[in-house]
Design a protein around this ligand. Structure first.
Ligand SMILES: NC(=O)c1ccc[n+]([C@@H]2O[C@H](COP(=O)([O-])OP(=O)(O)OC[C@H]3O[C@@H](n4cnc5c(N)ncnc54)[C@H](OP(=O)(O)O)[C@@H]3O)[C@@H](O)[C@H]2O)c1
Length: 323
């Protein structure tokens, strides 16, 4: 049962026709927990490229002359449970949790989230750092799971300095892999500090011409195709992309058909699985994975945060503090 009355809350970020598709702080009701949900008082969120890509797509729709509801964006959050649904056994009021919510709404003060999408916050992290993890770390975790990464294999992470890549390097390392990363000159030191044993500076060398081969290639940038990646995939190698284009999606579908012999191409769609977040939290508490935070913006300054993310130069994550 919900223990919190429905009241008004400031600081919810919404947009709608009345604001002509712009982001603004508006009042909203504090949600109530459904039977399988927890309501979280959010202390921090983080921005993912998905948030502004989705926002831009929606803006086109929100300019149409149709009555559309205001919407709060955002998936990543860290905060404190204030209300627990009747069927929820894993959490209690007062627990500190972090989550990737399947539904948007994390750019605000309160959100009702399915309990299965949350996990206890790593004990050694403040909310701002924990909030940087969910979507990026889940993407990295699930991509390496999809690739069936084995102890001792060689992994190449394209985009090693980004939100997903910085987590993928550390998680692959924690799983016993030998990790190489592709990044620019200014980020060689960062990827090395995260555990990459080799860094390919894309400003100086094309990894496709390196003559090296990898068991798993994870592309978080979108520069590889199922054809081009063959040059650097070892026999039995797997290619996973978080930025699928039509060729990658087609190759993914074809590689599941029995009798068709392609190297394994996989398209990753990150899922909000709390049990995976628990595994990630364990790695964080064991000191094997750490958040990488580039900048922190107050939620009120979301436009600046989005503009920065759109430059494509983010090192790690952009955190949004919520008061
Ligand atoms: N499918 C899914 O479920 C899913 C989930 C999460 C993310 N994604 C997608 O995955 C992509 C990565 O997400 P993200 O959060 O990691 O993005 P991000 O943090 O914005 O990535 C920025 C990083 O990419 C690096 N970069 C840019 N061009 C590069 C290149 N040619 N080679 C190597 N590194 C390069 C940049 O480093 P430099 O400044 O040094 O170039 C920067 O550090 C996005 O397109 C996102 O939408 C998909």
């Amino acid at each position: 049962m919900s223990t919190i009355a429905t009241t008004k809350s400031m600081q919810l970020l919404k947009f709608g026709r009345s604001s002509q598709g712009k982001l603004q702080l508006r009042e909203a009701q504090i949600p109530q927990a459904g039977p399988d949900q927890i309501v979280i008082k959010i202390q921090a969120s983080s921005l993912n490229p998905h948030d502004w890509k989705y926002y831009e797509a929606l803006r086109r729709i929100y300019h149409l002359p149709a009555p559309l509801p205001a919407l709060t964006l955002g998936h990543d959050l860290s905060g404190t449970v204030v209300s627990v649904g009747a069927k929820v056994k894993r959490f209690r009021v007062g627990d500190d949790v972090f989550a990737m919510s399947l539904k948007t709404g994390a750019f605000g003060q309160y959100l009702a989230v399915a309990a299965g999408q949350a996990a206890p916050k790593p004990r050694n992290l403040p909310h701002a750092e924990a909030a940087s993890l969910p979507m990026a770390a889940l993407t990295a975790w699930q991509a390496l799971l999809l690739a069936s990464l084995q102890d001792g294999e060689r992994v190449l992470v394209l985009g090693g300095s980004g939100g997903v890549g910085s987590q993928a390097i550390q998680i692959a390392k924690a799983k016993g892999a030998h990790v190489a990363a592709v990044c620019s000159t200014s980020n060689v030191a960062l990827v090395s500090s995260l555990g990459a044993e080799q860094a390919f500076d894309y400003k100086k060398i094309d990894v496709l011409e390196s003559g090296q081969q990898f068991d798993v290639v994870l592309d978080t940038v979108g520069t590889l195709t199922p054809t081009s990646v063959k040059k650097i995939l070892a026999p039995g190698g797997r290619f996973v992309s978080t930025v699928p284009n039509a060729a990658i999606i087609l190759a993914t579908l074809l590689s599941y058909i029995p009798g068709i012999t392609l190297h394994a191409t996989r398209t990753l769609i990150a899922l909000p699985i709390g049990r995976h977040l628990e595994e990630i939290a364990r790695l964080v508490e064991d000191g094997k994975v750490r958040p990488v935070i580039d900048r922190e913006f107050p939620l009120e300054d979301i436009d600046s945060a989005i503009a920065y993310s759109k430059t494509g130069r983010t090192r790690g994550k952009i955190v949004l503090s919520i008061r």
